[in-house]
Structure formats: C-alpha cells, structure tokens
Design a protein around this ligand. Structure first.
Ligand code: ZN
Length: 164
C-alpha cells in the first residue's frame, strides 16, 4: 500500500482543462518517493492508501498543483542586458541567481520590440503550469520500500529516478 517512505512507480498522462496532453510517462514509469513532495501535493494525497494495479483519474486545482500565477513574477528585460550569445527564444528557460542567493528558473514567454527598437525579453518566473487545473490519469505499477539512502536524499535512485 502507498504510504510515506514508499517508492511508487506510475504510468500517467497529464492534460489541461482543454484536454491537451501536457506530459506523460514514456515507456518507463515515473518513480517517486511518497511523502517527499516529489510530485504535486494534490496528486500525492490522492495516491496515499492506493496499491499496485489501481487506476485513478485525479483533478488537481492550481493551489494543490503548481500554484497560482503571480503577475509580479513577469518582467520585460532588454536583450542588451543578456550576453550576446544567450540563446533567447520563446520557450527557452534558464536559471538565474537572485540578490538573496536563491536559484530561480525563468521562462521566456514573449519577445517584443521596445520603443527604441530594442528587443524586450519577457521573463516569467512562474512555473509553466502555474494557474492550470491538472487532469491526471494514473496507473500504479509498482510499490516498494525506499532504501535508507533514498530516504535521506528525499528522492528515488535507479530505474525511473535519479542517477548520481
Ligand atoms: Zn540521491
């Protein structure tokens, strides 16, 4: 049965409200450590107490998923503020260090022309799925005890997990 400290392997598809597939497990299932916040809270909660072979559809509201969109996390930055060879295009993402030393992932969501003809790069720190209701279809294919090392690291090692 799925509970904290178990390594759970699932096949899943993720769709948005429009029914478009956003993500899915490939040939190999995704393995995650239950109770370690490896997956969004709304999905993790629904998987508690389930067992191998269970199939379930789970709808996760943004607050239990990737959060609400924060309009203040969007900023237009002149192209000239980036290194000339930075590969900036819509859909690109990169990591910056904030003044307080935290790492933040930014996504380029638009490129517009500023008043003086300079390209403006729209940098969005929101998760790409922030504000989206998430529709998961999940099949549980394996449940096992986590190793001590996995518990300490807070993630799964080996097949379907981290390699390091
Ligand atoms: Zn590890």
């Amino acid at each position: 049965m799925i509970e904290d400290g178990k390594v759970v392997s699932v096949h899943y598809t993720l769709k948005n409200d429009a029914g478009e597939e956003i993500d899915a497990s490939g040939d190999a299932p995704l393995a995650y450590l239950h109770g370690a916040h490896n997956i969004v809270p709304g999905l993790e909660r629904k998987l508690s107490g389930r067992k191998v072979g269970d199939k379930l559809d789970v709808v996760v509201d943004p607050g239990d998923g990737y959060g609400m969109r924060d309009p203040r996390a969007v900023q237009d930055v002149p192209r000239t503020a980036f290194p000339p060879d930075a590969p900036l295009e819509v859909g690109a993402s990169f990591v910056v260090e904030t003044p307080t030393g935290e790492l933040m992932q930014l996504h380029v969501t638009a490129i517009t022309k500023g008043a003086d003809g300079v390209d403006m790069i729209r940098c969005d720190a929101n998760h790409p799925l922030a504000g989206e209701r998430l529709h998961f279809a999940v099949e549980i294919v394996d449940v096992r005890d986590a190793t001590d090392e996995e518990r300490v690291h807070g993630h799964v090692h080996g097949e379907g997990g981290h390699h390091h």
